[in-house]
Design a protein around this ligand. Sequence first.
Ligand code: SAM
Ligand code: SF4
Length: 335
Amino acid sequence: MKEKSLAEPKLIDQHGRQMNYLRIAVTDRCNLRCQYCMPSEGIDFLQRKDLLSYEEIIRLSRIFAQLGVNKIRLTGGEPFVRKDIMSLILQLNKIFKSIHITTNATLIHTYFDALKSVGRQRLNISIDSLDPVRFAMMTRRNDFERVWSNIIQAIDLGFAVKLNIVVMKGVNDSEILDFVDLIFRYPISVRFIESMPFNAHSSTEKYFMSADEIHRKIKLKYPELKHFVSDKNSASLHYDLPGAQGNIGIIPAYSRSLCAQCNRIRLTPKGELLTCLYAERGVDLKEKMRKGYQDEELKHLIIDAVSKKKKNGFEEEKMRKDNKGYFQSMTSIGG
Ligand code: SAM
Ligand code: SF4
């Protein structure tokens, strides 16, 4: 049975936006090494003691639910590399109606039965190429066959599947239309994400392809491409095509044109609350919990942090002391 919701919408920022969507990065570890996300040698991964424990994640999730959060996403790193992840999902499922998960799909075949038993879960699956060789080049691992077969299985099993494709100019932009073709064959959403210069060691700016360019490319082949609004807070621009079973999303992650409708906050693997993807630092909720703060005190810290959320990612970026034009790996933030 679901826990009784005491939700009162309280997470309102200084620009009047309500934050009701929490993205929880459960680990910074991953079994892939996507070029745009992590250097081949990995990053300086957190030690276990520095990671939020499941008990701490559940405690914070209850607090966020009481503050009006009604949508959560588990991300990472790769959520399924964290030990016993199902026990966390089962507990979160008592607090939230559904759990959204972003995954690279390399390991989900061992979790399908368990995931089905907690309802119709939503899977956002990252796959940047339909060509096994390019996939291996982009992820630095040979897992294409497994990922593709898991995607097909997830669709067959009735999971709500969205594919996430980070578009890199000169690398996989030649496949944009191949991905679009998938929506005529499967009831899925394919979402093209602008690549952000997130990499601890090198800038990925030269690979940048804007949301406008991606849109133009699709429109050239499909002039009937039609914009629609599905969720006013979505980070994605949505499009559909006549005769398709699924739809298309374009996420202007770097152009930041949808910040005005942002409803997202993030919990990093080490327990920092980030009110923007571009924020350098956040409130260290783990430290406060381990110092013995009570729930009411944590609530006040969260309400205060959210109230100060900047107007958009550009303003947040201006505040960074380390403003080099590129940022730490997404795995430490949660994408
Ligand atoms: N491992 C899971 C996965 O890949 O789906 C979840 C974590 S990953 C950091 C979350 C999302 O961030 C993925 O869709 C990934 O493609 C995206 N991402 C990572 N680095 C990115 C970057 N530099 N620019 C845009 N999206 C990025
Ligand atoms: Fe791993 Fe996801 Fe980052 Fe790729 S994007 S390295 S799968 S965390």
